[in-house]
Ligand binder design. Sequence first.
Ligand code: MIC
Ligand code: SF4
Length: 646
Amino acid sequence: MGLTLTEKILKNHIVDGEMIKGTEIGIRIDQTLTQDATGTMAYLEFEAMGVPRVKTERSVAYIDHNTLQSGFENADDHRFIGSVAKKHGIYFSRPGNGICHQVHLERFGVPGKTLIGSDSHTPTGGGIGMIAIGAGGLDVAVAMGGGAYYITCPKVVKVELTGKLSPWVAAKDVILEVLRIMSVKGGVGKVIEYCGEGVKTLSVPERATITNMGAELGATTSIFPSDEITKQFLKAQGREEVWTPLSADEDAVYDEVIKIDLSSLAPLAACPHMPDNVKSVKEIGNIKIDQVCIGSCTNSSLLDMMKVAHILKGKTVHPDVSLSIAPGSKQVLNMLAQNGLLSVMIDAGARILESACGPCIGMGQSPNSKGISLRTFNRNFEGRSGTKDGQIYLVSPEMAAISAVTGVLTDPRDIGEMPEFKLPEEFLINDNMIVLPVDEKDMDSVEILRGPNIKPYPQTAPLVKDIECKVSLKVEDNITTDHIMPAGAKILPLRSNIPAISQHCFTVCDDKFPERAKSLGQSIIVGGANYGQGSSREHAALAPLYLGIKAVLVKSFARIHRANLINAGILPLTFVNEADYDKISEGDDIAIMNVRADIEADKTELTVVNKTTGAQIPVLCELTGRTKDIILAGGLLDYTRENLSK
Ligand code: MIC
Ligand code: SF4
């Protein structure tokens, strides 16, 4: 029986477990990446493990999220990360060099290799045939130390592409269509593998847009084959030697098949406030818009920028619209400067931002009250833009650019004829913003620079005998990590200070939560389906840990967040019967007696007693040998320390 591409790469990297779908496997990790908003914590954790040099083939630390530097905190974090990188063998991509996923694809990604990154959009690397997965910072720290990365051996979904995109229909529309079909929770436990004749019609940046936003499906990752187009891209990046051809076997067997005829797709938009709330432009109508933001790791490649510049050429941004453009990397920005397209954008009235995440993570450019903002980004969760009632639509760069000119949501097919956009034969290569680490023999000469905002990892403790406490919060379905631990310009500077950032935990849903949880000392959270979707930020587990959360009981979890809870030593529980969600309210007293003994005895079904109502609620606590030991130890850090000392 033939293998899927996913299975081939995983098989090459498996170091623990067996390739049986649904079971836990450990894989060897060739490359890691971090960004600054999750990186400070990841490197503090790496330091705590006491491994002198990274053991991966390539580890890169990017600075791209907190680049506003409205206080000393960000600059201190960047300095800290830079010094850790220099000492421990990590390449350091300085602020200004670009968004981690864009730069990694350009300069470091290698087909057939495994990559984990402390950022949920790490699957961008799937655009060149990598198994690239988003993970919590602690998992990345362990991988840098040479440890395996554990995932549930995934199901593989084949997305068979036929035909060719019509003029002005974009790769963004492909992934929006997949989101429309599968929903934001449809990808959990699965890898999305793109195959079929249509693949050949898509360039690497287009493929990367699709794998990038596959994160919004909740998927483990997404992947394209590595073919002649991949080779051409790597050659243009001066890296042809890392190319290998990779594809699934002809007779590979898939768990699910989705067929998409690229020629039949029309321009789409994800409407407020979920990436799967997808409608066609025709359905939405020509609504008046206030803002357009072009950029982010989804759509900031040179190809995207060439299309945007073509549309803006000789036009002026509509007087009622603010247009910002953030090219994804120094390479992209510099090429635009050289080929004159930057001047076209400036001439049209675009506000050029630095090559960083910027508005995508709420770092500036918040829309006006109730403002309608079209963004080429990947997430439109409520409040993420920094404006609570902002109405964010996710669209292609083509649609964004033409709408910025007309002032209303506009079908890009109205632009007229589309010229052929060709990627250059050679990109402009200058890695002068990547700082190399010192040689191992010189590592003692590097001083680690720690600012006053950098506080230690919160206190953990082994799992207790019984959990007896109150429910401090009850929330609905599809709670995102932006609800649990909001980001944005005010809060991001606190990423290396858990006590301070905890004061903002869940404040999007309930501004009294941090105070209440803290005063209770210990409590649990109850939630709905797909709890914790979105970001990989482990702060969404570390802040609850700091606030005394012992367990989270929900209908279902998103993959990375569940792993982060376990890593933080917080018990992840799911209802056996989803209807029991109604049998528990905020403020109820609950008890999970003998929880430690039951978990030690491998019991997967536990009972939560609602002492307020008397209800007995069966819940699942599905832990494997390794995750069980992590929970018993009080988290991955304690578990790793215990194991190292053995
Ligand atoms: C995001 O897009 O939400 C982020 C910011 O890149 C996060 C990481 C973070 O919260 O630091 C992600 O996607 O993992
Ligand atoms: Fe940065 Fe936005 Fe991409 Fe996250 S989704 S890495 S914030 S650009």
